[in-house]
Design a protein around this ligand. Sequence first.
Ligand SMILES: O=C(O)CCC(=O)C(=O)O
Ligand SMILES: [Fe+2]
Length: 254
Amino acid sequence: MSTLYQIAAPNQDHLDPRGQNASLFTTMDVEQVALQVKRDGLALGLRLPEDLRHALAEFGTTTPVKPWGAREGVPLEAVAGGRLPSGEPVAVAETVDLDRCEAVRRITHDPKLLLLGKRVLGFNPQGIEASLRWSFPTNLPPTQHNDIDLASRWHYDVIGKNSVSLFFYILKGNDDLDGAHATILGSHRRKKVSMLFRPSTTISEAELMRYYGPGQVVVATGEPGDGFAEDPNTFHRAMQPISSARLVLLIRYT
Ligand SMILES: O=C(O)CCC(=O)C(=O)O
Ligand SMILES: [Fe+2]
């Protein structure tokens, strides 16, 4: 997470973001998407214009990355095989210097996305973060992969008082499940009390399925350019990339 902007002073909160007609997301119905995020925790069907997806793919493939926990960026090629030069497996790495990418700013400050943030949060977003994130096929058995990428286990995130995430697949394997993102519908509103007092990554899939039912799981399959909005307080997880590395743009309004 690397970018933080202030877009509206609290004393201007009655104002909606201006210039709705200039949005990049021409067909998006903000009120409908906001309603779904609030009700289900998830709204599919967002779509990034191809020129911006292309600009992000270009930036992501030519800029150094920071593996989780690393101090410094390394060239993408050094880790793209799912191993550090030391041989240690690496599942996730973030593109550095995202502030230099003009396409990111256009997306994070898009008037319709900002309005979506306002409708879900109940106030104009005060914090805007963006992350361009690689997930690599480690070729490890799922349990081992999940140990080095905790976001591959079911979990929920509590970020500030309220938050909403937007994901856009920039590059992704061909298979639907390959590097996809899964969500348990409605789980932002309904958790067992005991789920609140344990690290969420320690809650087993079996326990979640018993409580919510397998029918509540939605996998956001999709192609590069497809995106979705999610309440991070839902249970969700990243699925292991199999055929090729996945690149996603993640935006978070708080
Ligand atoms: O990469 C994903 O699909 C999930 C990431 C995630 O869980 C998060 O950033 O909170
Ligand atoms: Fe998460």
